[in-house]
Design a protein around this ligand. Sequence first.
Ligand SMILES: [Zn+2]
Length: 93
Amino acid sequence: MTNRICDRCGKAIAEGDLRYVAKIQVFAAYDPLKITFEDLLRDHTRDIEQLLERCEGMTEEELMRDVYIDFQFDLCRACQKAYVTAPMPKSAD
Ligand SMILES: [Zn+2]
């Protein structure tokens, strides 16, 4: 009986076969803020307007994905071995 499909190669993973789960979280990382007295006095209206302009036209989902997204994949044994060998393939760009 098959109840899972490998998300990488598409092969069926039969019940009882070794199966792996890859969980990936991608989130915006922020360095601790250093707020000076001058920062508190500065008018941030333009900064907020620019931020809102960048968000214009984006859906709520796109905005959320911009900050945080997680994935979970089922992997067969062969794909687990391949994945852990090269979890971050070189970008084509
Ligand atoms: Zn596979």
